[in-house]
Design a protein around this ligand. Structure first.
Ligand code: COA
Length: 444
């Protein structure tokens, strides 16, 4: 054991010599012997956070961990963070269960360390003492030599190396060690902050202003179903494919006939055409009109095209379906859509209209937007989302620019059972029908 320790000490002394410049001083920090069980404490994660909730453990008793391996996921009211190990070793105690509250400064786990390590708390105490003496003294057998460069930020070579490997300027890292030393934890917290702040714009916190709360808003009637179905869909790997379609002919055709239908009490939007095109394309790619049985790993292809329509209602999002679209005319589809919209407004859509949908469409373009990533309604395997029709310059056959009506469509497919080529093929057929409404009407 003693020889191992000496070897370790020697290696570090040599490393220090290599990196140390002439104006640097040395000091000695104490070390923890291999086999020692050290408490791995929850360090200060900033923002004044005093306690956190344990959300998930990545380790259990007896697990072997290396430095930077994930230990657990914690959540405070301000942030969530992944806590990573400072040591190589074996987990000898886990101090909390999931959902327990852990206090900053208290041990999360105990680790039996495998290799000699610098004990940061001890080292800080020692460094202060040694600094006072301003001597390089190696009387204690397993002390480790560490550089202090008066021109540099105070820290250990290991931390300096960690910063260098991650392109971090030590001067940017808020130091929490004694006498302004940057600890390994400081680097890790800084790296986590960097990754958070690159994706999230952090609001500035003005502590002297009180938060003004509004009224409580209970989840609406239909939104409860959305909660359930969308949570379910989280486990589905979504493959998304988008394209744009020139629907100028379709827009023109609808404009020509809609007033006549209005006189008959039928409101004809573009949606019935999109629905019919979905059904026509399904005739060519029937495997997409299906339900997935995850447990049996089986796909049930359905002959009826029961097209589900995402519908915005005063009670939230609801997805009724129009049954057997393959047998319906555009006008019949429009009538069904009108009926469902009227019932949706008064939150009275019967269960029969909500069940047994086989394929979904969502027209968010009524509100705005171009592209969206729609979320699959399990057990279905495909959903299409439409953006807002835009007037955009396009070329005609004579290469003359003209104002075209362009709509973007985004398809999300369950990538466990639908491959990209099948989705792209389906999308192209659908596009053909919405770009050539005469073929849709003729049933060609
Ligand atoms: N781009 C431009 N205009 C559009 C459009 C689009 N993508 N979609 C519809 N419009 C037009 C319609 O043609 C209609 O115009 P008109 O007044 O000249 O006839 C108008 O917008 C209103 O249409 P609307 O009555 O809503 O009917 P619709 O048949 O087009 O759409 C629903 C029906 C149910 C799809 C739609 O009302 C709805 O609820 N959409 C929201 C879906 C949703 O919330 N999706 C999100 C899921 S996360």
């Amino acid at each position: 054991m003693a020889s191992t320790l000496r070897l370790c000490t020697l290696q570090i002394v040599q490393l220090s010599k290599n990196v140390c410049k002439p104006n640097c001083r040395y000091m000695f920090l104490s070390a923890v012997r291999p086999g020692t069980i050290v408490p791995f404490k929850l360090s200060d994660i900033g923002e004044g956070i005093r306690d956190v909730i344990i959300k998930e453990w990545y380790v259990k008793l007896g697990d072997r961990v290396s430095q930077f391996d994930n230990i657990c996921e914690v959540q405070s009211d301000k942030a969530s963070a992944t806590i990573t190990s400072r040591y190589d070793g074996v987990i000898r105690a886990v101090h909390y269960k999931v959902d327990d509250v852990a206090l900053v400064g208290n041990p999360l786990v105990d680790i039996e360390v495998e290799e000699e390590i610098t004990n940061v708390d001890e080292s800080v105490k020692k460094s202060v003492r040694k600094e006072r003496n301003e001597e390089t003294d190696s009387q204690e057998g397993h002390d480790i030599k560490v550089e202090i460069n008066s021109n540099k930020v105070l820290t250990t070579p290991a931390v300096r190396r960690l910063a260098m490997e991650n392109n971090i300027n030590l001067k940017d890292v808020p130091a929490t060690g004694k006498s302004g030393r940057v600890l390994k934890e400081d680097i890790l917290v800084y790296m986590q902050d960097l990754s958070h702040s690159s994706s999230i714009e952090r609001p500035s916190i003005r502590t002297n202003e009180k938060t003004v709360l509004g009224e409580n808003m209970p989840v609406k009637k239909y939104a409860k179903a959305m909660w359930k179905s969308m949570t379910q869909s989280l486990s589905i790997p979504h493959f998304v494919y988008s394209d744009e379609c020139n629907v100028s002919k379709l827009v023109k055709y609808r404009d020509e006939v809609k007033d006549t239908l209005k006189e008959q009490g039928i409101s004809l939007s573009l949606m019935p055409f999109f629905i019919k095109a979905a059904s026509r394309a399904l005739e060519r790619v029937p495997e997409l009109n299906a339900w997935l049985d995850e447990d049996a790993q089986n796909i049930r292809i359905v002959k009826s095209h029961n097209i589900s329509i995402a519908m915005d209602t005063p009670e939230g999002l609801i997805v009724p379906n129009i049954k057997n679209v393959q047998t319906l005319s555009i006008v019949a589809i429009a009538k069904e859509l009108n009926r469902l919209q009227a019932l949706g407004k008064i939150a009275s859509i019967p269960l029969a209209d909500l069940s047994e949908g086989t394929f979904s469409l969502s027209n968010i373009g009524v509100i705005g937007g171009t592209y969206t990533k729609p979320v699959i309604l399990s057990p279905q395997i495909v959903i299409g989302a439409l953006g807002k029709i835009q007037k955009l310059p396009r070329f005609d056959e004579l290469e003359k620019v003209y104002p075209a009506n362009v709509i973007a469509v985004s398809w999300a497919a369950d990538h466990r059972v639908v491959d990209g080529v099948t989705m792209a093929k389906y999308s192209s057929i659908w596009k053909y029908y919405v770009e050539n409404p005469m073929h849709l009407l003729l049933g060609a």
